[in-house]
Design a protein around this ligand. Structure first.
Ligand SMILES: N[C@@H](CCC(=O)N[C@@H](CS)C(=O)NCC(=O)O)C(=O)O
Length: 196
């Protein structure tokens, strides 16, 4: 397997974490997105959407981090077989991509990689309410559950990726004790690897 990866990206880290916990060896190909490497004709031939991560499993090419998690986790303990639990995992994967990542991950990206301009201020301001709302949903759920769906699953991996570094996007977790406890539980899972 080959993973087109960005070292500091949570979307890529999700896949590296699951690969590590599955014990699957994988060639890592670093893509310098800040220098346009995800938009070259060669890369667009791999993923016409111009984004990482992308998994190449012996010629089967798959983009979208949560689709890759689902592909790798199928038939393992990280993705329940039970129809309702499977659907709930999928629900959290969709939540992560629509209600969490666009606010928390993009704020982090702008803070880490874009100059301090009025445009950046405006972008960050537009993402604040959505980011806090996503964390509130997670905090409430984790008040009643150790993990997002039953045992540790790819729902946790997907949400962990950007939540554990949410302070880097301007979303410190001081007022979210349940999320903090869950972060420690995820870190204690066998085979856990840090982002960097
Ligand atoms: N929904 C996608 C988002 C992927 C994404 O935004 N990737 C960023 C890095 S985190 C990227 O490769 N950006 C490069 C570009 O847009 O050219 C996923 O979950 O994989």
């Amino acid at each position: 397997m080959k993973l087109y990866n960005v070292a500091y990206s949570g979307n890529s880290y999700k896949v590296r974490l699951l690969l590590a916990q599955l014990g699957i060896a994988c060639e890592i190909v670093e893509v310098d997105i800040l220098r346009g490497a995800s938009r070259t004709p060669e890369f667009l031939n791999i993923n016409p959407n111009g984004r990482t991560p992308v998994l190449d499993d012996d010629g089967f090419v798959l983009a979208e981090s949560n689709a890759i998690l689902t592909y790798l986790a199928r038939g393992t303990k990280f993705l329940p077989d039970d129809r309702q639990k499977f659907a709930l995992v999928f629900q959290w994967l969709c939540f992560e991509q629509y209600s969490h990542e666009p606010y928390i991950a993009t704020s982090r990206f702008w803070l880490q990689h874009k100059p301090d301009t009025t445009e950046r201020l405006a972008v960050l301001a537009a993402r604040r309410d959505g980011g806090w709302a996503a964390l509130k949903v997670m905090e409430d759920h984790l008040g009643k559950n150790d993990f997002f769906v039953g045992d540790y699953s790819i729902a946790d991996i997907a949400l962990f990726a950007y939540t554990h570094v949410s302070h880097e996007g301007g979303f410190p977790l001081d007022d979210f004790p349940k999320i903090q406890g869950w972060i420690e539980r995820v870190k204690a899972e066998p085979g856990f690897i840090p982002m960097s």
